[in-house]
Ligand binder design. Sequence first.
Ligand SMILES: CC(=O)SCCNC(=O)CCNC(=O)[C@H](O)C(C)(C)COP(=O)(O)OP(=O)(O)OC[C@H]1O[C@@H](n2cnc3c(N)ncnc32)[C@H](O)[C@@H]1OP(=O)(O)O
Ligand SMILES: CC(C)C(=O)C(=O)O
Length: 512
Amino acid sequence: MAKEQLIIFDTTLRDGEQSPGASMTREEKLRIARQLEKMHVDIIEAGFPAASNGDFEAVRSVAEAIKDSRIAALCRTSDQDISRALEALKPARAGRIHTFIATSPLHMEKKLRMAPEDVIIAAKNAVRFARNGIDDVEFSCEDAGRSEMDFLCRIVETVIKEGATTINIPDTVGYNVPRQYADRICQLRERVPNSDKVIWSVHCHNDLGLAVANSLAAVIAGARQVECTINGLGERAGNAALEEVVMAVRTRQDIFPCDTRIDATHIVPASKLVSSVTGFPVQPNKAIVGANAFAHESGIHQDGVLKHRETYEIMRAEDVGWNTNKLVLGKHSGRTAFRARLKELGIEVDSEQVLNTAFTRFKELADKKHEIFDEDLHALMSEDVVTPEDEYYKLVASAFHSETGETPHAMITLSAGGAEHRAEAQGSGPVDAAFKAIESVARSDADLQLYSVNAITTGTDAQGEVTVRLAKGSRIVNGLGADTDIIVASARAYINALNKLRSVAERLNPQL
Ligand SMILES: CC(=O)SCCNC(=O)CCNC(=O)[C@H](O)C(C)(C)COP(=O)(O)OP(=O)(O)OC[C@H]1O[C@@H](n2cnc3c(N)ncnc32)[C@H](O)[C@@H]1OP(=O)(O)O
Ligand SMILES: CC(C)C(=O)C(=O)O
């Protein structure tokens, strides 16, 4: 039997935009709307036309441009707001008026300063007025999560009689918990006459981190529209995240009696677009769209995923728009993942002993660096271990000068094959000056590919750890240096890399 449709109503451009700092221009709204249309979002709430001329124009432009999604515009229960919204929606192939008024005792008394009976009249008149202009009218009981059930039933019954086609029950301040919220939806569906003639919708905020859980509980209780936003953007702690709702319903088809029309492969691009437009980064551990959502670092998980992906993945990264899942090499990784990555990089390991030696070096590096990249592996596999006794270059002494308004300057005494050399150089910073001074002696002709400060311990004796990656021809090496002075640590790392380059060159050409 075909599943019922769960309507996805995206409000990134309206409630999402109410996030402090997330205001969007008309062009930005258009770009996001086009991405939402591509994803097959059913309804795009484009804005609040009475808010400003800019928002009016933005809703109008979205209504003009988007053909495959219905466009909704939000308005209070005032004729002026509704007229403005109707005007903005005129170019839409399919439009919806979304009108709302608060129904909780607190909001009615303290904010609206209206008697409950007057709120019912305002809702009734607004829906009637809206229905004169358009067929599709959604009515929202703002703060329904804290409204009295009897009152909710009365106001909803009234607006259904006036022709509202969708009834939205927002948990405006994210106060409800799943069982209680689901119970509200069940009661309304049971008690309100003609409840089967309308679509029941939910709109949950995330103040207690329950927006998605509440939305899903409501779907099980019979709601067939979920209002949500990309990345969970929205007022205060945000709204239910579209990607989480869609993927929960899709992944748990054994539980949900419905599914959405969303093409989930557009989810990650949509998330990236919203993040770049708003400047709100996505936290790495965010479900579905976070950079780590399909990444595995620990050896036991990596081993499991390599043997059978489903051991640690309940969805496929490709199905939500990532290129693939990721095995990230780090200090928790094991031999299986290490060997697999080497193989992917085309690095042949001819014996268990070579693998074990390389793996030990890899663990040493991983203790110093947060993440091991492919270049690190190339370096690990091509370099020899250089012991202090075989070091050709040694740092004997150093002095650095850096002062506001003056060019940084470094003085280095370097031992090269036992002979001491003094060198001085200026640079764009003291580290640059130190590297130039060392190079004036070593003349390695190597490319500096990476300079990173890997870890700083805490306390007054803080240790700075630096990695310097040098490349010469096909040889790539990582040099490590540690010191309480970060410039000295950098110089040591550079010299360590030079020694490794020399050692590899000697191995390839023993005449050197
Ligand atoms: C839960 C939600 O997300 S609701 C949507 C929230 N979004 C927004 O508010 C963004 C757009 N809003 C705005 O640009 C402005 O608030 C406007 C243009 C709508 C109104 O601006 P102003 O006329 O200056 O009013 P202001 O914002 O100061 O106060 C809101 C007024 O609307 C009233 N009001 C609030 N909700 C409703 C409603 N659903 N229906 C009718 N009146 C309402 C308030 O009681 C208050 O009236 P008062 O001024 O007579 O006390
Ligand atoms: C206007 C309604 C839908 C709303 O945004 C809320 O109650 O949070």
